[in-house]
Design a protein around this ligand. Structure first.
Ligand SMILES: [Zn+2]
Length: 402
């Protein structure tokens, strides 16, 4: 993985991968939205001006150099629209390429480094393929078509997507003060160049948000985190990000995780964003894994033998998540054929990624190898598991055997 990708906010990436697999979201992801690409471009060409080298050679070259910092193959157009607001957004297209739109006020009032932050931020959305989840469309226009639970996840994800994108903005800009003044200008609409005062103001305002948040229980307020929170989230990782970019220093996974956890704490405290969603996700997956193991363990003769039972318990105590499966194990011991039928029904309602199912199968194979062996009945049970989760039974061939 290129070093820039490693700086993606892990919490966002996990939510993103989870959402991509979400059954309720499937009808809305990429392919269905392809037809709107052309329409969108038509709209841009009609209401904004495409930046060319002739019109603004300096900005054009600056923009190209921002693209090159991310990747030499990156290409997308920049449009400018008349507006007194400071605003920018990107629309990535399903068949590669993207268009970035910036307002005229931004182009006039932001200096080169601030613009690099803004452009880099939009490129961050492109780099991480955020367009694959049409959250804005679903949260605003399609709100009545999705469940409350999905809407909440989409909101959480939109917020965290900004954090990931800011990191790329900062990577391209390379100057924390300029990233801060760009954020400040965007929030205030004021073109103030007192850099140290701006940083102090953002820090103070973050503290105040934290204090207010402590006293209040509110739900997530919007799709973007408040600017002082973005500032604080960026500040935490800024030194490591910059030394990685400029000196090629390797930031260890451990440090990255620590930094990401600190940002998660910030979001939890200030935006009341909890990773309960993910915790829930973890225990849900662990529960499913245990069910798969029991399903395979009882394939031979509808009985849970001692060795398999021990393996299941070992998985339970050694996993990071937590699962309430005592009743299920008991039921499996008492009437395995009933239990197996229930598994079947439950599995087909779940949405998992291929990678997750493979992970389950690997555990099933290891358990079988340690206990009664990978018998014909167990192989059939594992093939059925693939199919219950909506995958081809050939998936099992890809699981390594001892
Ligand atoms: Zn953004």
């Amino acid at each position: 993985m290129s070093s820039i990708h490693r700086f993606r906010f892990d919490f966002e990436e996990n939510l993103f991968l989870h959402l991509l697999q979400h059954r309720e979201l499937q009808p809305y992801t990429e392919t269905s939205l392809q037809s709107s690409d052309e329409l969108h471009r038509r709209h841009l060409l009609g209401t904004a001006v495409q930046l060319t080298e002739d019109i603004l050679p300096d900005l054009y070259r600056h923009y190209q150099s921002c693209l090159h910092q991310i990747s030499p193959d990156l290409s997308g157009d920049l449009y400018i629209r008349q507006s007194s607001e400071y605003n920018a957004y990107v629309s990535a297209k399903s068949n590669d390429g993207f268009d970035i739109l910036m307002t005229s006020a931004m182009v006039q009032d932001f200096d080169a480094k601030e613009l690099a932050f803004v452009i880099g931020h939009e490129l961050g959305h492109v780099l991480f393929e955020h367009h694959r989840i049409p959250s804005a469309y679903l949260l605003y226009q399609g709100a009545d078509q999705i469940s409350q639970a999905l809407a909440e996840k989409l909101l959480q994800w939109s917020m965290t997507a900004e954090i990931s994108a800011d990191r790329i903005g900062y990577w391209v800009c390379g100057d924390f003060t300029k990233a801060a003044t760009a954020l400040f200008k965007t929030a205030s609409g004021l073109s103030i160049d007192k850099e140290q005062a701006v940083i102090r103001a953002l820090r103070n305002q973050y503290k105040k948000i934290e204090e207010v948040a402590k006293r209040q229980q509110h739900k997530i307020l919007g799709t973007h985190p408040a600017i002082p929170i973005r500032f604080k989230s960026l500040e935490i990782i800024s030194l490591d990000l910059l030394s990685s970019k400029n000196k090629g220093d390797y930031v260890s996974d451990k440090i990255l995780k620590h930094l990401n956890d600190s940002v998660k704490n910030i979001l939890a405290e200030s935006e009341k964003m909890s990773d309960k969603g993910l915790e829930h996700e973890q225990s849900y997956r662990l529960t499913l894994l245990i069910f798969c193991l029991l399903y395979v363990a009882t394939a031979d003769n509808n009985k849970l033998n001692e060795c398999d039972n021990r393996f299941v318990n070992k998985v339970l105590v050694s996993s990071a998540g937590w699962a309430e499966v005592g009743d299920a194990i008991e039921q499996c011991q008492q009437n395995a054929s009933d239990f197996r039928q229930q598994c079947q029904q439950n599995f087909s309602k779940c949405s998992l990624t291929e990678q997750q199912v493979k992970g389950f199968l690997t555990q099933c194979v290891v358990m079988s190898e340690q206990c009664s062996g990978v018998t014909h009945a167990r192989v059939e049970a594992m093939q059925s598991i693939c199919q219950f989760f909506g995958f081809d039974k050939a998936l099992l061939v890809q699981i390594p055997r001892a």
